[in-house]
Write a protein that binds this ligand. Structure first.
Ligand code: ASP
Length: 332
């Protein structure tokens, strides 16, 4: 029988209404597994109550806490299931994908849209399938299991706020899929996978700027005063700057990069990524030293990978190289 560690961090799956009627995490990891009796027949399961937070409040500090918890127990278990709120689960899935690389043992995130105590909850199915995946011989790497889908940690996005099929795999095939309780695996690990490597350093001082028509360029030099080492510019379509290389935004990005900082271009369009060299409004920006593109990375993966890459090096060229090196199928 496989030996699995369930790490509980909170989220709707563990929530109960407060006295004021709002949902907040309250159930313990032991209470969660008691709701899914199938787990006792499937595996030997231990639990660790690491946090009990709404995932809105989970960020780099907790990502590091999860990595440390997995690292300290890595040899003792065959796999890890992490229960987590859905709102920032895609960020945590991306963060763990960069912070725990090459893991042959599965590290599986799951949660639910309804609390496990609701009569019509999705929580029991999701937790059961997350454990089924973690015990499966074809399982690997950091994955998110939700509504019968197994999604790469680097490709997952929350695309629905209420429905049970809340998560999608963006621009990449599923790792696997459940047909009832039978797992159909699709993706083996990438070539050269393993051995496992843990990273704990992150640099969260980045800023994501979503362009809107008419946006004034003054915002960019103001960010320089906030100690940001890198900015992500969510541009339109395949990418560009209003006014092209004659516009004030181009001058602001040029000055930003001239001071040794990075500017990462991405797109507001949900699918297929950026390609900054296509239009004249983007070409001059693409040619600037310090400008790179997130291409088809999800916004969550791009933000977290940038924090991870900045945490590994102070050298801009090395940060850019790390950012552009594919990890767990994040870049096609
Ligand atoms: N606000 C909750 C959270 O992210 C939502 C959920 O878990 O579905 O913790």
């Amino acid at each position: 029988m496989k030996h699995i560690l369930l790490i509980a961090t909170g989220g709707t799956i563990a929530s109960r209404p407060t006295a004021a009627g709002a949902l907040a995490p309250a159930l313990t990891s032991e209470e969660l597994i008691a709701c899914v009796p199938e787990l006792a027949e499937l595996c030997r399961i231990d639990t660790l109550q690491l946090y009990n937070l709404d995932s809105t409040s989970i960020g780099p500090v907790q990502w590091r806490g999860i990595v440390q918890a997995v690292r300290a127990r890595y040899d003792a278990y065959d796999g890890f299931v992490i229960t987590h709120g859905t709102d920032t689960m895609a960020y945590t899935a991306a963060a763990l994908s960069y912070m725990i690389q090459g893991s042959a043992k599965p590290v599986v995130l799951t949660g639910s849209q309804k609390s496990i105590y609701n009569r019509d909850t999705d929580a029991r199915n999701n937790l059961h399938r997350a454990a089924l995946y973690a015990c499966h011989p074809a399982a690997w790497g950091v994955q998110l299991v939700f509504d019968g889908k197994v999604i790469l940690g680097t490709r997952a996005r929350k695309t629905r706020t209420k429905s049970f099929n809340a998560f999608s795999s963006i621009d990449y095939p599923l790792t696997a899929e459940f047909r009832d309780l039978r797992l159909v695996p699709f993706l083996p690990p990438p070539a050269g996978w393993g051995p496992v490597r843990f990273y704990e350093a992150l640099e969260p001082e980045i800023f994501v700027l979503r362009l809107i028509p008419g946006m004034r360029a003054e915002i960019i030099p103001r960010l320089a005063g906030c100690d940001c080492r890198a900015i992500i510019l969510e541009s339109f379509g395949v990418g560009g700057l209003p006014g092209g290389d004659d516009g004030p935004l181009f001058a602001a990005v040029r000055d930003w990069c001239a001071a040794g900082r990075l500017a990462v271009f991405t797109t507001q369009v949900p699918h297929e990524g950026s390609d900054l060299g296509v239009y004249e409004v983007g070409r001059a920006a693409k040619a600037l030293d310090g400008v790179i593109e997130a291409r088809d990375m999800t916004p969550e993966a791009a933000a977290v990978k940038l924090m991870w890459a900045l945490g590994q090096s102070k050298d801009r060229a090395e940060v850019a190289r790390l950012f552009l090196t594919p990890v767990q199928f994040d870049l096609a």
